[in-house]
Design a protein around this ligand. Structure first.
Ligand SMILES: Nc1ncnc2c1ncn2[C@@H]1O[C@H](COP(=O)(O)OP(=O)(O)OP(=O)(O)O)[C@@H](O)[C@H]1O
Length: 253
């Protein structure tokens, strides 16, 4: 079976600096992969390569077995900054990604409503970004990237600027959306807890130059536990990742 996303010996250099060094990784269709690594380990660089915003210096980046040659509607990107148009309502922001497609104006509005509903923003369709909280703005950004139905969602620390309660709420929502839609998601985070909560797998990069240190499978067993984050399986995974990362951060210091 062809992997949805495939990195083959990917190296990315900027002048004399090697940001990513010989990274090979296959991500199966429908996988939720969290990506962690020390600051400067090349996480955003890797996401830029997947998004087609940059090209590898050597090696290959493949989606569905085909080389990535630039950005495309098969991949949605969500950044830490909400990147919404301030003069457009929540609905019009979500519609933006659909303009130029085959949908009529009415169909676009309908689809925007549907996805705002999916991220819990029914009733806020006509609000402007400045009338929304940080968490709500990030929900609009997620709705916008989902509305044109990309197979792959690339998320670069999307929750880093949010308070911890909103962050946990959005993590729950994202899991629910992922289960409902079956998207392949690559999610960068600095939070080990977030990585474990969200990911089926957590990929760990080494400190610069970024190499793939490990890919840890996450199995939390029964997720219906109200206090999942305190469950023994969760704590064990968190500790394992903490050890892997701590090792790297110590080496970098
Ligand atoms: N456009 C660029 N030009 C030159 N150097 C760059 C460029 N983009 C990234 N780098 C360098 O590549 C390395 C990896 O950067 P990157 O932003 O990918 O790391 P990161 O793991 O996402 O870091 P952080 O966790 O701090 O966001 C860094 O040393 C950075 O300075």
């Amino acid at each position: 079976m062809t992997a949805k996303i495939s990195l083959r010996s990917v190296t990315k250099t900027f002048d004399t600096l090697t940001a990513l060094d010989d990274v090979s990784l296959d991500i199966e269709d429908g996988t939720f992969l969290s990506l962690v690594g020390p600051s400067g380990s090349g996480k955003s660089t890797l996401l830029d390569l997947l998004g087609g915003l940059a090209k590898p210096t050597s090696g290959e980046v493949l989606i569905d077995g085909k080389p990535v040659t630039g950005p495309g509607l098969d991949r949605g990107v969500v950044f830490q900054q909400y990147a919404l148009f301030p003069w457009r309502t929540a609905r019009a922001n979500v519609e933006f990604g659909l303009e130029g497609g085959t949908l009529t104006k009415r169909q676009r509005a309908e689809r925007a409503r549907e996805f705002l509903d999916l991220v819990g923003l029914s009733g806020f369709e006509e609000h402007l970004p400045h009338q929304l909280s940080g968490g709500m703005k990030q929900r609009v950004a997620i709705a916008r990237s989902l509305a044109y139905d990309p197979d792959v969602l690339l998320m670069d620390e999307p929750y880093a600027a949010l308070d911890s309660q909103t962050r946990e709420l959005l993590q729950e929502e994202l899991r629910r959306i992922w289960q409902r839609t079956g998207k392949t998601i690559v999610f960068i985070t600095h939070s080990i807890e977030e990585a474990v909560y969200l990911g089926q797998k957590v990929a760990v990069l080494t400190s610069r130059p970024g190499r793939l240190k490990d890919v840890v499978d996450i199995d939390l067993g029964d997720r219906s536990n109200d206090d999942l984050r305190s469950a023994p399986a969760f704590v064990a995974h968190r500790h394992r990742l903490w050890e892997l990362l701590h090792d790297e951060i110590r080496r970098a210091a």
